[in-house]
Write a protein that binds this ligand. Structure first.
Ligand SMILES: [Zn+2]
Length: 287
C-alpha cells in the first residue's frame, strides 16, 4: 500500500538522513527503483512529473502500475507516489487518481496567490492523509538551452509557507535542475541555515540532486534536508548502459533485440545509481 511521505520524512529529519525521490518514466524505471528500495530496506519516493504522467498514459495508469508492483513484487518498505512540480489542477488530478503525495509548485505565482492555493491544498490533503510539498523561490535550471543560476529563497517567505501546514518545503539554495554548469557557485549553506532557523523541524527538500558534490549533499542533510530529488542521474546512467549494449552490437546477436534484453542493462544501471544515492543519503536499513 502506498503511504504518505510525512512519516518517513519526519523520521529522516529527526535522525539526520534523507529519503530519495527518484523520478520514474516507465515500467522498467519503476521496477528498478522499487526492487532496489526493497533490497536495501530503504523508504523511497517515486516522483512523477506532469509530463511523465502524460507519457505513461495518465495518473490512474501509474497508480495501477505501482500498486500492482507493490503487491506482485512483495514490496514491504514504505513507498510514496509523489507528483513532482505539480500545477494546482495537476495536484487535484493526482489526489483524485490515488497518489499519496503531491508537490504544488506555486513558485511562479505571486506569493499571495501561492499562499491562497497552498492553503486550499493543505485542507484537501489533510482530509485524505496525503503529504504536501510546497516550493518557495524558484529552482533554476536549463530552460531553452539557457542554464540559469540557482536562486536562493527568502527565509521569511519559507516561514510563511511552512506555517500554512505543508509537510515539506522545497527552497532554492543555489541548486538547479539538470546538469550543473562548470562555473556553478555551489550550495548556499548560509541560506539553508537561515531557512532552518525560520522553519524549525520542517523537512526540507533538495531538488536537482544530480551532480551536487557528495560532501555538499551530506552537509545539506545535516542542516535539515530530508528529501533529495534525483532524476537526471538515472536518465544518464540508463542512456549510457543502453548505448553500450547497442554499440557492442548486442541487439543484433541472437534475440538481443527483445525489449526484455535490450532494456535490461539500462534497468540494471538505474538500480546501481539508486543504490549509490541511498548509500549517500544514508537511508539504507531505515525502512
Ligand atoms: Zn524540482
Amino acid at each position: 500500500m502506498l503511504v504518505s511521505a510525512k512519516e518517513m520524512l519526519t523520521k529522516a529529519r529527526q535522525n539526520h538522513y534523507a529519503v530519495g525521490q527518484f523520478n520514474i518514466n516507465n515500467l522498467e524505471w519503476t521496477k528498478a527503483v522499487l526492487l532496489t528500495a526493497q533490497e536495501n530496506q530503504s523508504p523511497v519516493i517515486l516522483g512523477v512529473s506532469e509530463g511523465a504522467g502524460k507519457y505513461m498514459g495518465g495518473y490512474t495508469t501509474i497508480v495501477g502500475m505501482v500498486e500492482g508492483m507493490l503487491k506482485e513484487l512483495k514490496i514491504t518498505v514504505p513507498v510514496a507516489l509523489h507528483l513532482d512540480h505539480g500545477s494546482y489542477e495537476g495536484s487535484l488530478a493526482c489526489i483524485e487518481a490515488g497518489f499519496s503525495s503531491v508537490m504544488f509548485d506555486g513558485s511562479h505565482y505571486p506569493i499571495e496567490e501561492n499562499v491562497e492555493k497552498t492553503k486550499k491544498l493543505v485542507k484537501i490533503c489533510a482530509e485524505k492523509g496525503i503529504s504536501l510539498e510546497a516550493e518557495v523561490g524558484s529552482i533554476g535550471g536549463e530552460e531553452d538551452g539557457v542554464v540559469g543560476a540557482g536562486e536562493c529563497a527568502d527565509p521569511n517567505e519559507c516561514k510563511m509557507i511552512a506555517e500554512l501546514g505543508v509537510d515539506m518545503l522545497a527552497a532554492g539554495i543555489g541548486n538547479i535542475h539538470g546538469q550543473y554548469p562548470k562555473n556553478w557557485a555551489g550550495l548556499s549553506f548560509d541560506t539553508l541555515q537561515a531557512i532552518r532557523e525560520k522553519v524549525g523541524e520542517m523537512p526540507l527538500v533538495l531538488h536537482g540532486g544530480t551532480g551536487i558534490p557528495e560532501e555538499m549533499v551530506k552537509k545539506a542533510i545535516d542542516l535539515g534536508v530530508a528529501k533529495v530529488n534525483v532524476n537526471t542521474e538515472c536518465q544518464l546512467s540508463f542512456a549510457a548502459a543502453t548505448r553500450k549494449y547497442i554499440e557492442a552490437g548486442k541487439d543484433q546477436e541472437g534475440k538481443g533485440f527483445d525489449p526484455r534484453k535490450l532494456l535490461a542493462p539500462g534497468t540494471k544501471a538505474i538500480q546501481e545509481t539508486v543504490k549509490e544515492k541511498m548509500q549517500l543519503f544514508d537511508s539504507i536499513g531505515k525502512a
